[in-house]
Design a protein around this ligand. Structure first.
Ligand code: F3S
Length: 291
């Protein structure tokens, strides 16, 4: 008997949901266009929906004029961005996730050498970097941590990195006898999604990981899933479903990134049910209770 089993934690996290609600509220209350600094979330469908509501994407503040409204997405921005908006008299709708804002405060309040464990190209990391009093070191591996020359380090993490990456960094700093203080700022929403994806991948014949192609947290879920279930597929929408593969499998696991809207998850599950299933077992959690 075939079963579709949804990961215990999947889909929008608190921070993404809050950012979308703030953006939609700002759009409702604005007469003219409003702008989002970068794509609000890495999901094509949600981005198109927001554009239809009058929210245009910009890449820097030179693209807007005095009095315009600009939404800061959940990834946050550096201090310079706020200063520039203030000088240009731009109105900000700040949808920075509170967990990211907490990291901004931590790094801004220390005089120590900040080490950010994360991806230096990721907008969240660039935002955190922009709140440090002196240039931070951005690393993501044992070797990079072992090569650090500075001492008395203040370590923070990108909210979406895998815990193993942080553990590798701590090991390297211990091996080099560094003095350091670690703030594990990995978000619990991320950890819960990764752990529930891993658990499900171990029990499934096939894993369907749903999310936008540019969503780094969905890509990480896919990597984790592949470790435990080789038969893992990244799907953005129902068009990507591997229908032939699905028909050969009995236990179908479903995971979804923190930026994947509920409507997409439900459509994918419904399509798989139509095609392959005699019986479904869905674990529909109340996502509001997760944090
Ligand atoms: Fe915030 Fe965590 Fe989501 S940091 S944006 S609640 S993954």
């Amino acid at each position: 008997m075939r079963k579709i089993i949804r990961a215990e934690y999947a889909g929008f996290c608190f921070g993404v949901r809050q950012a979308i609600e703030k953006a939609e509220e700002a759009a409702r209350n604005s007469i003219g266009d409003i702008f989002s600094m970068g794509s609000l979330i890495h999901n094509e469908r949600v981005t198109q929906d927001l554009e239809a509501k009058g929210i245009k994407i910009i890449n820097n503040l030179n693209e807007v004029s005095e009095g315009d409204k600009v939404i800061i997405r959940s990834h946050g921005e550096g201090k310079n961005f706020y200063d520039e908006a203030d000088i240009k008299k731009i109105q900000l709708v700040d949808a920075t996730c509170p967990f990211v804002a907490k990291i901004h405060n931590l790094v801004h309040d220390t005089d120590k050498q900040v080490v950010i464990v994360g991806d230096k190209e990721h907008p969240e990391v660039m935002g955190i970097f922009g709140w440090c009093r002196k240039p931070a070191l951005v690393i993501s591996s044992y070797d990079e941590a072992a090569a650090i020359k500075e001492d008395d380090l203040f370590v923070v993490t990108q909210t979406t990195i895998r815990e193993e990456v942080l553990f590798d960094v701590i090991k390297a700093l211990e091996d080099k006898n560094k003095v350091f203080h670690v703030n594990n700022t990995i978000c619990s929403a991320t950890t819960k999604r990764q752990k529930s994806c891993e658990k499900l991948a171990k029990e499934s014949d096939i894993m369907i990981v749903i999310g936008g192609r540019k969503s780094s947290n969905t890509k990480k879920l896919c990597e984790i899933s592949k470790k435990f279930c080789k038969n893992t597929f990244f799907v953005e929408n129902i068009k990507d479903l591997p229908l032939k593969e699905l028909q050969k499998c009995n236990r179908i696991g479903v995971a979804a990134g923190a930026s994947t809207p509920e409507c997409t998850i439900k459509e994918v599950i419904a399509r798989m049910s139509d095609v392959t299933l005699e019986n479904n077992e869905l674990n529909m959690n109340d996502l509001m209770d997760e944090i």
